[in-house]
Structure formats: C-alpha cells, structure tokens
Design a protein around this ligand. Sequence first.
Ligand code: PRP
Ligand code: URA
Length: 208
Amino acid sequence: MSNVYASKHPLVAHKLSLLRDVSTEPKRFRELVREIAALLTYEATADLSLQPITVQTPLATTTGSELQARIGLVPILRAGLGMVEGVWELMPSAEVWHIGLYRDERTLKPVQYYNKLPVEPTVTVCLILDPMLATGGSAVATVDILKKWGAKTIKFVGVIGAPEGIAALHRSHPDVPIHLGAIDDRLNEHGYIVPGLGDAGDRQFGTG
Ligand code: PRP
Ligand code: URA
C-alpha cells in the first residue's frame, strides 16, 4: 500500500519489544513511548521543506537552512499525550493542539470530547500522534477534523498499526502518510491489536 511506512530502524524494533512486554512498568513504558515517538518522527519528517538562511559562524558567513513549515503536533487523548514530549524535543517551537477522543467499548466508534482548535489553521503541517491505529476510527475522525479546520498537510505517526486500521485510514484519506513502528497481525474480537501491547492509555497512566 502506498503512503504507509513501517520503520526498519533497529532502535525502534528494540524499544518496541520492551514496550510490548507485559512486565514493563508504566514509568519505563512512558519513557519508551517518548523515545519511539522521537525516532518515528525523525523518519516521518525527512521530506519537510527548508528555506535558506544566512548564518554568521565565529569564522565566516555561510548559508544555512531553516524549516519552512509551521508544525502542529496533534496528540489524540489520552494515549497520544505520551508521544508529545519526545517529538517536542526535536521541534520545540511546534504548536500542540489536543483532540480528545475515546472509543466506545461496544461499537468501537470514536466519541469526541475535546477540541479547542481556533477558527483558522495556525500551522501548515500537522503530525497526528497516537500510539495505536486499531480499527482506524479515531485516526480517520481526527483527519476529518483537521481537514475541516483547513490543515493542508497531515501525517499520522503511530507506534503500532493493525492492517484493518491502516486500510481504513488509507481508504478515507489516501493523501495522509502513515508512519508506524510496526504493522501487527490483526485485531481481536474486542478491537485490540494482536500481538500489540494492550491498552496504550492504561499502560502509560497506570489505570489498567
Ligand atoms: C486508543 C488509542 C487510539 C484508539 C485506537 O484510545 O490511543 O486513540 O484507541 O483505536 P481505533 O483505531 O479503533 O479508533 P482509547 O479510545 O482507548 O482512549 P484512551 O487513549 O483515552 O485510553
Ligand atoms: N487501543 C489500544 O490502546 N490498544 C489496542 O490494541 C487497540 C486500541
């Protein structure tokens, strides 16, 4: 499938295995989510445009580069929150716009409970952050919201994707690149990714 990228980086694979481990405690789990988010975003932003700038070094004047894009990080609450710090360390001037969604346990459909986006878009590139792409309902709803807002360039950055969720997001929004740490086997009857890592929100926040 075009526009779907699963990281091949050994550091991602190593950290992802620790993240999946049922014995990994919330503190370490949060650290790993943060670290993996940074590594995946490094890969997801490889095509960002630059503009030339003049830089005065101690020895000479030279031509440097600065990012053209105004970047917005869009974590999907709750679990996406844990990805923000790692990405922010790479791009500290990024804006952060939270979208609150939870999956209805019965229907697995996303229910929106938070959105404070201003009327006009303030960024040119949105990076949606959510560790889990399961049925894809939350990701599709978030892209819908961002497109309605006027966002022109949107990328999805997630830790684990199920084939079902990847297909759903790609079907609804083929223009949105999907960057993942791994593509897993399937969803189970409760909509959980298998083998996955369990509930990403509960494991980060110690609420499981
Ligand atoms: C999880 C996850 C995604 C969503 C993925 O959130 O963080 O947002 O499920 O599932 P989907 O692809 O089927 O929509 P959850 O609803 O558990 O909320 P939480 O982050 O607050 O725990
Ligand atoms: N949300 C999670 O946190 N984990 C899954 O496996 C699916 C949805």
